[in-house]
Design a protein around this ligand. Structure first.
Ligand code: GAP
Length: 454
């Protein structure tokens, strides 16, 4: 059975994800992507960019800064409203998110999203919710805790301005709406996509890389006329589903749409795509109808026009925004979770990551049957194939062990260079999922693999 502990252990031992600052005892909810995690993350990011930006003729990309004028966050509502309700246990002094305590206690049946403090306190009291650390029910009042990380920018010594690390990438797209629209001569409806880091001062345990304080988001904002908003909202819900099932290859049995019962400050409608993790359903992506909220707020606060004039009807209006947002780190976790399989093979158990070949860190492993005999030839073949797709070379341990090693990291094809390869210019290609082997001509490897990783 897949568990988050097994995935965490595999990620560490096989170079996907390491605990952040581990040699200093770590830092809660921080992780570093190792060599294979970096490849997997990069592949997912590239596929998202292709799907939402490049293959969409009315979309363009943006790469905005993490640090923005603090006025952005005042206007967006994050300074005043981007809070978590925190409650402390008076007995053991640990701090918890009140909404999470309720959701856990009710086994996910009660949603405590955006409920007032009084409602949360009463629920915790009425239901005698215990502290998960010490088991007591001795709680403080709830306090709202802002999730944004603050830092200081000092231009003149002694005079420092507060700046925030962005808690969502979206605001870059909003403040650059007119820059992008004019410079690229975009006509509404059009979209702006962006992938980048976001930061949130999360205090709750993260379930590995599910919830971290530093993460990447892949966000696409569709700017449209209010009359078309519902259509785009439905379209982007479908696109998000298609991206996860068809492009990333996530099993749709493990996904569900979940409408928000209560909405955050900017949203008129919101629907998540949840994944069925071993620790329960968790949000992977969201489609949000943000109405004219963000652009109107920026117009009011900056006193600059972010209106659009329709070139045909001459109508002047503030565009409505339909947002598609997906966590990149969380997508890595979902892909790993979905791909993780344990299979009985003879008397043994093989662990195999059945990642879609499109996102697998390595597409091919080249293995000489015997290092002495075919090592040089196999290494050269690996170098040649690396010009076309990510490859790895391995000549240590028995061929069976090397196959298993590649299964564990999700490499879809193993190419074995053997005695016949030297003579006959052909190799054995082994398929990760079926473990079937076939013989193909060396010169056909490139096209064969490319066909399978499209
Ligand atoms: N711009 C809208 C927005 O930020 P969100 O639901 O707060 O919406 C979007 O975040 C996505 O970002 C989530 O669906 C999730 O995948 C990811 N995400 C949010 N907080 C995260 C965290 N602390 N760690 C990892 N991923 C996170």
């Amino acid at each position: 059975m897949t568990t988050i502990e097994k995935i965490t252990a595999l990620c560490k031992s096989r170079g996907f994800v390491f605990p952040g600052s581990e040699i200093y005892g770590g830092l809660a909810n921080t992780w570093d992507f190792g060599p294979l995690g970096a490849e997997l993350k990069e592949n997912i990011k590239r596929e998202w960019w292709k799907f939402f930006v490049q293959q969409n003729p009315t979309s363009v990309g943006l790469d905005g800064g993490i640090l923005m004028n603090s006025a952005v966050w005042k206007a967006s509502g994050h300074v005043d409203g981007f809070n978590d309700p925190l409650i402390d246990c008076k007995s053991c002094k640990t701090r918890h998110r009140a909404d999470h305590l309720i959701e856990k206690h009710s086994k996910g049946k009660v949603s405590a999203d955006f409920k007032p403090n009084e409602w949360l306190e009463k629920w915790i009291d009425d239901n005698k919710v215990k502290c998960p650390t010490c088991g007591k029910t001795d709680w403080t009042k709830i306090r709202q805790f802002n999730l944004m990380f603050k830092t200081n920018r000092g231009v003149v010594e002694g005079q420092e301005d507060t700046v925030y690390l962005r808690p969502e990438t979206a605001q870059n797209q909003f403040v650059n709406f007119t820059n992008v629209q004019r410079s690229m001569r975009m006509k509404i409806p059009f979209g702006i996509g962006q992938v980048g880091k976001a930061f949130r001062n999360e205090i709750t345990p993260g379930n590995f890389i599910f919830r971290t304080i530093e993460f990447e988001q892949m966000e696409h904002q569709q700017f449209c006329h209010a009359k078309d908003a519902k259509k785009f909202y439905e379209d982007y819900k479908k696109l998000a589903w298609e991206f996860n099932t068809k492009v990333l290859g996530i099993n749709e049995k493990n996904l569900r749409f979940k409408d928000h019962e209560t909405l955050c400050h900017y949203a008129k409608m919101a629907c998540d795509i949840d994944y069925n993790f071993s620790f329960g359903w968790g949000e992977l992506a969201g489609t949000h109808h943000r109405s004219e909220f963000d652009l109107t707020q920026h117009i009011n606060h900056s006193k600059k026009s972010l209106e659009y004039t329709d070139p045909v009807t001459n109508e002047k209006f503030v565009p409505t925004v339909i947002e598609s947002s997906q966590g990149l780190n969380r997508s890595v976790l979902v892909c790993l979770h979905d791909a993780y399989h344990e299979e009985k093979v003879d008397d043994d158990t093989r662990v195999v990551l059945k990642l879609h070949p499109r996102i697998a860190p390595y597409k091919v492993a080249v293995l000489p049957l015997q290092k002495k005999e075919q090592g040089e030839q196999a290494y050269e073949l690996c170098r040649e194939l690396s010009k076309h797709f990510a490859c790895t070379y391995d000549d240590t341990a028995s061929i069976g062990k090397r196959y298993r090693r590649q299964d564990e990291i999700g490499t879809p094809f193993c190419i074995t260079v053997d005695f016949d390869s030297v003579k006959g210019k052909s190799v054995t290609i082994r398929h990760r999922d079926t473990m079937k082997q076939e013989r193909i001509k060396t010169k056909e490897i490139e096209s064969y693999v490319k066909l399978h990783i499209l």
